[in-house]
Design a binder for this molecule. Structure first.
Ligand code: PGA
Length: 249
């Protein structure tokens, strides 16, 4: 369902004691909000985070998972392992996974299907690189990432999908897409989903913007009609910043 969401992707940051301290501070300062608030700590701290937030409004997501049920995949984590620690949300397709770990559309599509098969919710990330935007190819890149990653899913699957448009040139660079650029792409994404499925699926899916969202720009970005929230990296690592971003929604 189309809800407002603020999700923090902690990436490879925060050891166990830092994780606990940040979660405690977030829990203490969390404002009353209708938005869904999600944090994605690193795998090794996921079980503790999940336990700490058991009766909290803050939900826990994994940053990645493997598509196989189990088996000889050294270093990998399965959906069942996540579910076993009460984590039923997973980020799939982050640009860092695509760029540094060679994750292709084809692999991501398998991961999405594996997560959905276990009734997990997926935050699916995609977005163009700087060169692609400069060349004017950003719409076609995004369209093909959506098509290859998601468009063979049955219509019912979409209620378990959250989209996160993250232009690669805006991630961790301090450079944010303008609210107008974000709105333009989010509207394009809804149109693309309308064409592939129908308007009701397109209007129901939450589309987050990600890429250098911070307290100073969150309100303006979130004010755009097709932006339903944010996937936050750096600013999610400081409680007061993340809280301000939640307040902005
Ligand atoms: P950033 O990261 O907010 O640090 O740019 C966003 C993300 O990678 O999800």
């Amino acid at each position: 369902m189309r809800s407002k969401i603020v999700a923090g992707n902690w990436k490879m940051n925060k050891n166990l004691s830092e994780t606990k301290a940040l979660l405690e501070e977030l829990s203490e300062k969390l404002p009353a909000t209708e938005a869904e608030v999600i944090v994605a700590p690193t795998f090794v701290n996921l079980a503790d985070s999940s336990r700490m937030l058991k009766s909290s409004k803050i939900k826990v997501a994994a940053q990645n998972m493997h598509f196989a049920e189990n088996g000889a995949y050294t270093g990998e984590i399965s959906a069942d392992m996540l579910l076993n620690i009460d984590v039923d949300l997973v980020i799939i397709g982050h640009s860092e996974r695509r760029a540094y770990f060679g994750e292709t559309d084809e692999l991501l599509s398998k991961k999405v299907k594996a997560a959905l098969a276990k009734n997990m919710r997926v935050i699916f990330c995609f977005g163009e690189e700087l060169e692609e935007r400069k060349a004017g190819n950003h719409f076609s890149v995004v369209e093909s990432q959506l098509k290859n990653g998601l468009f063979d899913l049955p219509a019912e699957a979409w209620q378990h999908i959250v989209l996160a448009y993250e232009p690669v040139w805006a991630i961790g660079t301090g450079e944010t897409a303008s609210p107008e650029q974000a709105q333009e792409m989010h509207a394009f994404i809804r149109k693309t989903i309308t064409d592939a499925y129908n308007a009701s699926i397109a209007n129901e899916v939450s589309i987050l913007y990600g890429g250098s969202v911070k307290p100073s720009n969150a309100r303006e970005i979130f004010s755009k009609q097709d932006v339903d929230g944010g996937l936050i990296g750096g600013a999610a690592l400081v409680a007061d910043n993340f809280i301000s971003i939640i307040q902005a929604i």
